[in-house]
Ligand binder design. Sequence first.
Ligand SMILES: Cc1cc2nc3c(=O)[nH]c(=O)nc-3n(C[C@H](O)[C@H](O)[C@H](O)COP(=O)(O)OP(=O)(O)OC[C@H]3O[C@@H](n4cnc5c(N)ncnc54)[C@H](O)[C@@H]3O)c2cc1C
Length: 474
Amino acid sequence: MAASIAIVGAGFSGTALALGLRAQAPSDVTIQLVDRSGRFGPGLAYHPTSAAHLLNVPAGRMSAFPDQPDDFLDWLRAQPGSAETAPGTFAPRAAYGAYLAERLRAGIAARDGARLQIRGDQATAIARSGDGYALTLATGGALTADLVVLALGNEPPMPPPELGLLMGTPVWGGDAWSPAALQGLDPDAPVLLVGTSLTMVDVVISLLDAGHRGPIHAISRRGLLPRAHRTPPAPAMTLPTPLPPRVGAVMRVLRAEVAAGHPWHAVVDALRPHTQGLWGAMDPAEQARFLRHARAWWDVHRHRMAPEVAARIDAAQSSGQLRVQAGRIVAASPAGRAATITWRRRGETASERLTIARVIACTGPGSDVRRCANPLLLDLLRRGLGRPDPLAIGLDVTETLELRGGSGDVSQGVFAIGPLTKGRSWEITSVPDIRVQAATLAAHLAARAAQVGASAVGPVAAGVAPAGTWRAVG
Ligand SMILES: Cc1cc2nc3c(=O)[nH]c(=O)nc-3n(C[C@H](O)[C@H](O)[C@H](O)COP(=O)(O)OP(=O)(O)OC[C@H]3O[C@@H](n4cnc5c(N)ncnc54)[C@H](O)[C@@H]3O)c2cc1C
């Protein structure tokens, strides 16, 4: 019996995997790609409404396929008026979403290779069914598959509990991607962004584009802003190897290279080919040390702003509109259509107060799956089909990305890809890393699907969704 593979989540991770599988799996395999947003390709990152939201990785490094490194650049150059696009261009994120959707459409229409189908629905539960799995769908249907891949991306940020009293009031804008974030906001009103990462940068750009004139406060523990990409890029360099798998020792190597005259951008980029190996060689205590002491530093140097975006952030800071502070929110209380925020500067004991009309959580993704709101993940944990990794920054997966269940045994057929696998790889949040993971997993799943197809006893029937519910990407 031919195998079926269900991929839940059609952002970059699910899309890249589906396309890789379509090309590699036996032609009688069915790949079913499900996404609750009804969007196929863009996911969370690549469907911004504003053209001012740019990729933070140059176009020349954003191909969805590691074996076709210029695929995105070629696509971009084929768009009207873009023939001269340079590899170092920071293209609009929406253009990248269109690229992924187009590649997916072509994959669905292709006559050769495995069959790829899509469905707009939310998977809410997962249970064993024969030798495979059944996914419960929010619209009432069910989907069975021999192999299941969770490509769910990041969970929304979990705002500090001190902001709890604001929830449900007009002041609470939710997370940066929530439709309520900027809705009905008076352009002169003071805004508080909790967190100073790239998400905060996105919200500032959205506010500026919407003509916001009021003060924008951004507060995080360290008040660190993402750094800007260097123009022109620093020449590539290599680090002395082997690198010791200890945070302090690696930091010393990096500092020595900077002291020797290499631009820090090049030094940080030179570490990238080693980060997954270093992470894997560290024990959980050392990994936890990295998260505690070096992560904030790493994040701002590694996940950089496009130069055009950095220039706007600089200008907003220079004009005094954007005020980035290091500190901690101590309390928040609603006061009519505004709120009083009590906060303390880093290293100070005295508290200060701000009157704020809108608070938006930009604290970075919530990664503890036990505290997330995704019903599928919660159901998976409840049934013991998965468990958090030792640092609780994602799911516990094997080297081939198969989930470990509650008792540590391998789930036999449920996999994860992308940010959910951070505990194993750490550096698995951006396209250049995920595309390699997707290609590797596609090869593994194609082989597994061939085994399923060859087995004498067929496992479960391929997708049981009622006819007509599958449609083309749009
Ligand atoms: C704002 C932003 C900008 C970024 N910019 C860049 C960049 O320029 N370059 C770069 O390399 N990386 C960038 N990244 C990193 C980015 O996270 C990755 O590149 C990649 O997009 C992650 O894709 P994903 O598919 O894993 O997650 P997502 O894009 O979050 O996709 C997950 C999908 O799963 C679906 N889903 C979740 N749960 C369910 C469920 N239960 N049932 C059905 N569907 C479900 C969601 O609807 C979503 O579409 C950016 C990230 C963000 C947030």
